[in-house]
Design a protein around this ligand. Structure first.
Ligand code: GMT
Length: 375
């Protein structure tokens, strides 16, 4: 098949999933065309059967407050679909990608050609941004006009129906997945010394540091742990809440034991050096970062919100507590880190559970969906 993929290229779950999917599809012999304003962050170097098409925008004084990226994207999707003879366009994150794909499709229909649209809903496109009155109607419309709609968890599927109604939509759940070649348990503990002193427990958090991730809770949980045992907190990623987190680190006098690594490519290597993953999000439709940690045999302490209970099995692969309950998360973190037998059990169960989401099990479900939609 010849597949167009549009996603956000920036550090974050939807772009990561879209890119890994494209790479897996290319490995399976499909031709994949990424269309976005920049090359997705997980797309590195030349890959056979993969092409990136950059959306370029012309500056014009009149556009000062309204750089019309969505229009330029629709034009590029149409152009690539024509030139590369695409069978379908798979868009990740509804806003504005499902709407621009619909526009591209209309332009093609005017030329007596069809382009099937598959939309994957990822999270805040449904739970937060999409419900804002300024986007609601278009989000609902473009979901309803997609030829197939998938959601990354049962939670997100239910939330889509609850918030948008979506008459006539059949939202299909296809969970996120991991590449086991990249995310796997450590074979030895040699990397630890580069991250933290050898007697330290290593706590880790990976995200785009947006308010929804509750990054200052991560720092506060770590503060509670650090009072009881030698420990290092490793923060991977960057984003709007970094300053607030840096300030909290200083306020709690934790500077010596907290490392901000910024946006790192080889997240698997960092996870494999870690003892516990923290994800105290306010909402999380799936929690890809938690799954990646589990695949590296790192137990997870997270909020019992959204789709996280579909990924993290409470008491088995980590612990889930109410969002915002820093005391409960700290207690759980301490319990895991101070009980070697419990930690070992959780680690083994986490890596086993992650295999349920291995790419080779999930990607064929997208291929099947594509075959269905192409009839
Ligand atoms: O919805 C978002 O916040 C954007 C997206 C991203 O690009 O980071 O994250 C969502 O999609 C991920 C991949 O499907 C999920 O693992 C995340 O749980 C989800 N984020 C939220 O729901 C907050």
């Amino acid at each position: 098949m010849r597949i167009g993929i549009t996603c956000y290229p920036t550090y974050g779950g939807s772009g990561a999933v879209a890119t890994e999917l494209g790479l897996e599809l290319a490995r399976r012999g499909h031709e994949v065309h990424f269309i976005s304003y920049a090359s997705p962050f997980r797309l590195r170097g030349y890959v056979e059967r993969v092409t990136f098409h950059e959306v370029t925008q012309t500056e014009y004084p009149l556009f000062e407050q309204s750089s019309p990226y969505a229009l330029a994207l629709a034009v590029k999707q149409h152009e690539v679909a024509m030139r590369e003879n695409l069978d379908l366009m798979h868009v990740h994150y509804a806003i504005p990608h499902a709407a621009t794909a619909w526009l591209a499709k209309q332009m093609l229909l005017a030329e007596q050609r069809d382009l099937k649209i598959v939309t994957t809903l990822h999270g805040t496109d449904i739970t937060l941004v999409g419900q804002d009155p300024s986007y609601f109607t278009l989000t609902k419309f473009s979901i309803e006009r997609s030829d197939r709609v998938t959601a990354v968890s049962e939670f997100l599927r239910t939330e889509t129906y609850r918030a948008f109604g979506c008459a006539g939509c059949d939202v299909i759940v296809i969970p996120n997945f991991i590449s086991t070649a990249e995310y796997h348990p450590p074979s030895d503990g040699t990397c630890r010394s580069s991250l933290a002193p050898s007697d330290h427990k290593v706590l880790v958090h990976v995200s785009n540091f947006r308010p929804v991730k509750r990054l200052t809770d991560v720092v506060r949980i770590f503060h509670g742990v650090r009072r009881e045992m030698p420990a290092t907190l490793v923060l991977v990623g960057d984003g709007p809440d970094r300053d607030a987190a840096e300030q909290e680190v200083d306020r709690l006098k934790l500077r010596r034991d907290v490392r901000f690594l910024g946006k790192v490519d080889n997240v698997g290597d960092i996870l494999r050096c870690s003892d516990l993953f923290l994800l105290p999000s306010q909402t999380e439709s799936f929690g890809l970062a938690a799954l990646e940690a589990m695949a590296c045999a790192v137990p997870v302490v997270a909020s019992a919100v959204g789709g996280l209970p579909e990924v993290v099995v409470d008491g088995e692969t980590g612990f889930l507590t109410p969002s915002g309950d820093v005391a409960a998360m700290t207690a759980r973190a301490l319990a895991v880190l101070s009980d070697t037998a419990l930690h070992t059990r959780l680690r083994a169960a986490a890596s086993r559970r992650a295999l349920v989401f291995a790419a080779e099990r999930i990607v064929p479900r997208y291929e099947q969906l594509y075959e269905d939609v192409l009839g």
